[in-house]
Each structure stands twice: as C-alpha cells, then as structure tokens.
Write a protein that binds this ligand. Structure first.
Ligand SMILES: NC(=O)c1ccc[n+]([C@@H]2O[C@H](COP(=O)([O-])OP(=O)(O)OC[C@H]3O[C@@H](n4cnc5c(N)ncnc54)[C@H](O)[C@@H]3O)[C@@H](O)[C@H]2O)c1
Length: 312
C-alpha cells in the first residue's frame, strides 16, 4: 500500500507537466529541423491536400516530404493565402524539390481527378496521395443541422473517397521510362481518434472520420493485388489552426497545463509528429502496412480517460 502511495505523491502537477511538455516538444521540433536530409521519399511524386494552414498538419507534412527527398509535391488548399509562402519555404530549403500549388476544394471531383491527371502528364507517375484536408464543427447534437452534418461528410469523407478513387486509378498506370514497371502507391488519409471512439468530437465530425477509417479498410480490400496501399492516420489532440483557439483560451485562463491530460502520455501533440507518421506510410518503410487506421494520439484511443493519481 505504501508503495502505491509513494507513486501517487510523485505525480507532477499540471504546471510541472506543461513545462516538461513544452520542453519535450521543442526538442522534437529542433531534432527534426537539424536532422540530415533523407532519401525515404526519393523520386516520389506526391499530392497533399489541406496544406494552407500555417500551423497545420498538411504544411508540416509537405515540409517533411521535401526533407525526405520527394521529387514533385502537388499541394492543395481551398484557401490560397499561405500557398506562396509554403512554396517558397520549401524551394528555398530544398531546391531539388519541385512544388506546384493549387487553390482548390479537396471535395471537388474535377479538382481531384485533375491533379492526378496533371501528375501523370507532367511526371508520368503518381506515388503518394495524402488526403488531409478537413474541417471541424462545434455544435452539440441538438443544435447540429442536417446541412452541417452533410458538410462534414462532404469535406472530410467525400474528399477521401475522391482521393482514393482517382489516385488509385493513376497509381495503377505503369511507365517503365519513368521507372514505374508495376502498379503501386500509397494513399494516406487523416481521420481522427474521433473516428474510433466517442468523446473526441461532434457527432457529424466523428461520423465523417469513422467513414474515413472505413474507406481505408474497404478500399484496401478493393485494390487487392495492385500494390496500392491505403491507410488512415488517427491523430489525437494536435496544436494546429483547427485547435488553436482552444489552446489560446486555456493559456489565457492559466489552465494550459490541463491540455492533453486525458491520454496516458499526459500531453498534446504537434503537427510534425503526425507528419512523421505520414512519411512512414508514404515511404517503402511501410511496404506491408495496408488497410490500417493508425492512431498517433499519445495512447488516447487505447485507454479510458486517464485520471492522474487516481488509480496509482
Ligand atoms: N488538430 C487536431 O487535433 C486534429 C485531430 C484529429 C484529426 N485532425 C485532422 O487533421 C487534418 C488537418 O487539420 P489540422 O489540424 O492541420 O487543421 P488546420 O485547420 O490547421 O488545417 C486544415 C487545412 O485544411 C484546409 N481545408 C479545409 N477544407 C478544405 C477543402 N474543402 N479543400 C481544401 N482544403 C481544405 C484548410 O484551409 C486548412 O488549411 C484534418 O482532416 C483534421 O480533421 C486534426
């Protein structure tokens, strides 16, 4: 019994944990920034949607893909404001990486079939499609309109369906003159822990992300024997443009230490931690990973809510 008590008293306070968290996240960011450039995505032709947010998962992933030697990145967002900055940031640091930005809706069929055709026309092949664009909603069930529900389904789920449909058709095309002897590729989608369990999002958002997780499994099955892999990433709480307001509010109220406390790691995550999972899935490092919903959430979806100090 005394052993249990001892452990309980050793639990750091929320403020102490927050200091440890911010130091840990800074270290992760500087380690990634200082890492030598890699070759895990060498020569790969990639599309990423939802890259326009300065603090978003899409932008962080585009930069990591460039760091790992991707040949040509087609980068899409419906908000064009930050696309020129992303293009110049990548081209300045990685002059060998070609960047094409497109202001388009990720749930628009013509835009998605168009970018896949463009990649085939310009590069002769398509290797990776990361369908990451998404929107969150706020309202409780009683205040959620049918229109809001359908918008979440359109932006979050239809965009992924279109990505899988048109990217897989492009990835099946062989082109020996461009080094592609056989069909193959990797399609990645951003779902959410909200698509795995309740308690992490609104009904419409969670349903749309559950649909994304299903698309990963069902399309992997439909694309059998093509060497086209389809997987989803289920992030936990990540500080991005989408969640920024919540973080700011907590910091202003002095309760930042409570952010992300519900998972076993006791902290939130940063976009680079999702980008690293996307690099893994985009690269041949994951050549036998297919049809999976991969949680990158500090253990949130593996655990009942953590009550610090309560059970130990
Ligand atoms: N931040 C989190 O805690 C979290 C957790 C789980 C899942 N996600 C998912 O991660 C993905 C990326 O979100 P983020 O957290 O980086 O948020 P973000 O708001 O910072 O970035 C999302 C980007 O998607 C773009 N976008 C939205 N709708 C679009 C559309 N129809 N077409 C093209 N672009 C569109 C936005 O303009 C924005 O640039 C989303 O799918 C989101 O649902 C985020």
């Amino acid at each position: 019994m005394s052993g249990y008590n001892k452990t309980r008293h050793q639990q750091p306070s929320a403020e102490e944990l927050y200091k440890v968290t911010t130091a840990r996240l800074q270290k992760i960011q500087s380690q990634l920034a200082d890492a030598p450039q890699g070759i895990r995505l060498k020569d790969k032709i990639c599309v990423i949607t939802g890259v326009g947010s300065l603090k978003g998962i899409g932008r962080a992933t585009a930069i990591r893909f460039a760091h790992e030697g991707a040949k040509h990145l087609y980068l899409i967002d419906f908000d064009g404001t930050n696309l020129p900055n992303l293009k110049s940031t990548i081209e300045t640091t990685y002059p060998d990486v070609k960047v094409t930005t497109l202001q388009a809706d990720a749930a628009d069929e013509a835009a998605i079939s168009g970018v896949c055709e463009q990649a085939l026309r310009e590069e002769g092949r398509l290797d990776v499609f990361y369908a990451n664009a998404g929107v969150a909603s706020r309202n409780a069930l009683a205040d959620t309109s049918a229109e809001t529900f359908m918008n979440s389904m359109r932006v979050n789920a239809l965009s992924c369906f279109l990505a899988v449909k048109y990217a897989s058709a492009a990835m099946k095309k062989t082109n020996p003159s461009r080094g592609k002897e056989n069909s193959g590729g990797s399609i990645i989608m951003t779902a959410s822990t909200a698509g795995l369990r309740s308690g992490a999002g609104t009904v419409d958002y969670s349903a749309s992300k559950a649909a994304v997780n299903s698309i990963a499994k069902t399309s992997a099955y439909q694309l059998q024997k093509t060497d086209i892999r389809v997987n989803s990433i289920c992030p936990g709480l990540i500080e991005t443009g989408m969640t920024g307001e919540t973080f700011e509010y907590a910091r202003q109220r002095g309760s930042a230490g409570k952010i992300g406390q519900l998972n076993p790691m006791g902290r939130y995550g940063i976009p680079e931690e999702i980008a690293q999972a996307a690099v893994f899935l985009a690269s041949d490092d994951s050549s036998y990973v297919n049809g999976q919903n991969i949680a990158v959430d500090g253990g949130l979806s593996a655990s009942h809510p953590v009550a610090p100090g309560r059970w130990v």
